[in-house]
Design a protein around this ligand. Sequence first.
Ligand code: UD1
Ligand code: CA
Length: 508
Amino acid sequence: MVSRDLILGPSLFIGAEQIVFVVVTRPAAVVILAAGEGKRMRSATPKVLHTVAGRSLLGHVLEAASAAEPEHVIVVVGHARELVTAHVEEIAPWALTVIQDEQRGTGHAVRVALTDLESRGISLTNGPVVVLTGDTPLLTGQTLLALLHEHESAQARATVLTAQLGDPSGYGRIVRDDSGNVASIVEHTDASNSELYINEINSGMYCFAAEDLRVALSKITTDNSQGEEYLTDVIAILRKENAVVAGSMCADAAEILGVNDRYQLAQTAAIMRDRINEKWMRDGVSILDSATTWLDVDVELEPDVTILPNSTLRGPTSIASGARIGPGTTLDSCEVGANASVIHTWAHLAVIGADSAVGPFTYLRPGTVMGTHTKAGAFVEIKNSNVGNDAKVPHLTYVGDGDIGEGSNIGASTVFVNYDGIAKHRTVVGKHVRIGSDSMLVAPVTIGDGAYTAAGSVITEDVPPGSIAIARGQQRNVLDWVLRRRPGSPAALAAIAAQKEHAAQEEK
Ligand code: UD1
Ligand code: CA
């Protein structure tokens, strides 16, 4: 059964320098309870689908579960089951979902899961069964492995994941016996005065010997204040048989924090943010203000990236070495090349090439692909367009559905007029083109390589390579109009003075 063993470490049980490798048995199954309604979220979205760092609460738990390489992962769904099931199919197609029609307690939820597996012909003979809750996104795979390790080394028939809390109120308390094993779990409402002082609590997550779990679940009743089947009763039943029940305490109590309302969601997000930022800082990324830097779990950063305050990187955004992001930048699913700078920018599904400069106040929309050493400056919006290497869009410009060749410059206030009221059309700007300021490029239109457009032109016809296109009204000066029509105005007086000075110069 060597293949069922997982080798842990070196990071799991380390003292200062000492590295210890530990071997644990892979679980036969991890059951994740996610049937509850999550009323206190007061949300149309099911609780476990709320997100932290760009991943659902349930997604975080599935991620932790996969660290133990279980043979089966089962998510128990109930409330909003269609949404939760669809989400699981999307992010973890390897997991099974089981419907718990009515939420009749944590014990009932696990019983429903085991019964469902049986009906699918899945027997849980290889390894223990782990039970997790779907609303604890801070749980790590390492803690799960530590739970499995404790279960195995204590030769326990059940092991409770516990934590020490400053304020344990509301939680089930862990009563330990003389040998340090778990004697019982006492729910807050049933606890005596002295038991209320116990600050080691039940996380609601466990590891069980599969057969013990199955047998004990068939014995539990609803004879309690809530009229529910309590999973904790399994522990009581096993203790009655004098079975060893171990307790595995989390090193970091934050890991078992459950999200019940928006306040806890925010607290959890802040802890996750700090955890993610610490990881990247230790990997060589400079983060100037961790409290205002929000990185999703799928972000990839190279060493020597610098992130300035008030920046958010979402989705699978990747930033190459030497790039500086922020301040005040939000990038969603973007790719930024080496040594680029992206200041006060909002970008979604955009590629920014190496050595490019973007911002401040730039809006890059999906399909923007900027080459190397390019520029998109202040008040520039680009969408579904290619900006060739060394090309520049420095100021106040809209580039929509365009292809800009290498080395071209788009003058201030240019608009790629891409929409005729019915359909979108493309504008092609060749290489080393100079688009004059305030040009309207009315698509579909092509500006040939090396061509110019005169400032203020409305370009509706293709421009051949090397030409200049001038498309604007001829200028006409009506002499002395101001003197006649605005006599005595500051403008008229200034004009008269200038005319006198000019005449005096002529006389000399
Ligand atoms: C449980 C424990 C308590 C522990 C606490 C930790 C029991 C009797 N008590 O209490 O010792 O300190 O967790 O948070 O178990 N769920 C289902 N189906 C159900 C019932 C619950 O899927 O029928 C899910 C819920 O969605 C939730 C989780 O199981 O994610 C926990 O259930 P909950 O009823 O909140 O347990 P607690 O009363 O908090
Ligand atoms: Ca609860």
